[in-house]
Design a protein around this ligand. Structure first.
Ligand code: GRF
Length: 190
């Protein structure tokens, strides 16, 4: 059964693009019903348009997070999406949206959770001096980077790694991990 996805992205959208590629290649049985961004200039919006995917920019006001979440939630429901995919979406969701799609929102984080939650996870890993880090796809709950883990991939930290080189190697693994996690979690949710 084809999994219907809504993707939320704020930035360059490389994870979003890796999902699109697997769908187009036929290795991921899914369809992206809508790409939603909180930023009008997100590169992800342009990428979506290039692939004929419907997009929507919903302005985000940090003093009224509920307004964004209600609009996004209505749209996601209207499109009949099975899963909501956070792909570089730089806003924390409130309990309202998390509750509305409980167990159906996924996020990708560039570290092996529960280590190095929050921003700059790759820098945190370098500063701590771990020898292995990686990426995690997890179910979104009310607590940041804390929900049940769906899938992970490990990435070795090299002696001469910089934040940039490590981030780039983790990102390569993220691009394989997210489609894999959607396959795993999509089956459970349908
Ligand atoms: C990725 O590193 C992801 O793990 C983090 O934000 C970044 C998004 O990159 N949550 P992109 O927009 O998918 O290229």
């Amino acid at each position: 059964m084809t999994v219907k996805l809504a993707v939320l992205a704020s930035g360059r959208g490389s994870n979003f693009h890796s999902i699109v590629r697997e769908i187009e290649d036929g290795t991921l049985d899914a369809v992206i019903e809508i790409l939603i961004s909180d930023r009008p200039d997100a590169a992800a919006l342009k990428r979506a348009e290039e692939h004929g995917i419907e997009t929507r920019h919903i302005p985000y006001d940090k003093n009224n997070r509920r307004a964004f979440e209600e609009k996004a939630g209505d749209l996601i429901e209207e499109k009949g999406c099975d899963l909501v995919i956070l792909a570089g979406f730089m806003r924390l969701l409130t309990p309202y949206l998390v509750g509305r799609f409980e167990g159906r929102i996924l996020n990708i984080h560039p570290a092996l959770l529960p280590a190095f939650k929050g921003l700059d996870a790759q820098r945190q890993a370098l500063e701590y001096g771990v020898k292995i880090t990686g990426c995690t796809v997890h179910v979104v709950t009310e607590d940041m980077d804390a929900g049940p883990i769906v899938a992970q991939r490990a990435v070795p930290v090299l002696d001469d790694d910089t934040e940039e080189s490590l981030s780039a190697r983790i990102l390569e693994e993220e691009h394989k991990l997210y489609p894999e996690a959607i396959r795993i979690h999509g089956k459970k949710r349908m």
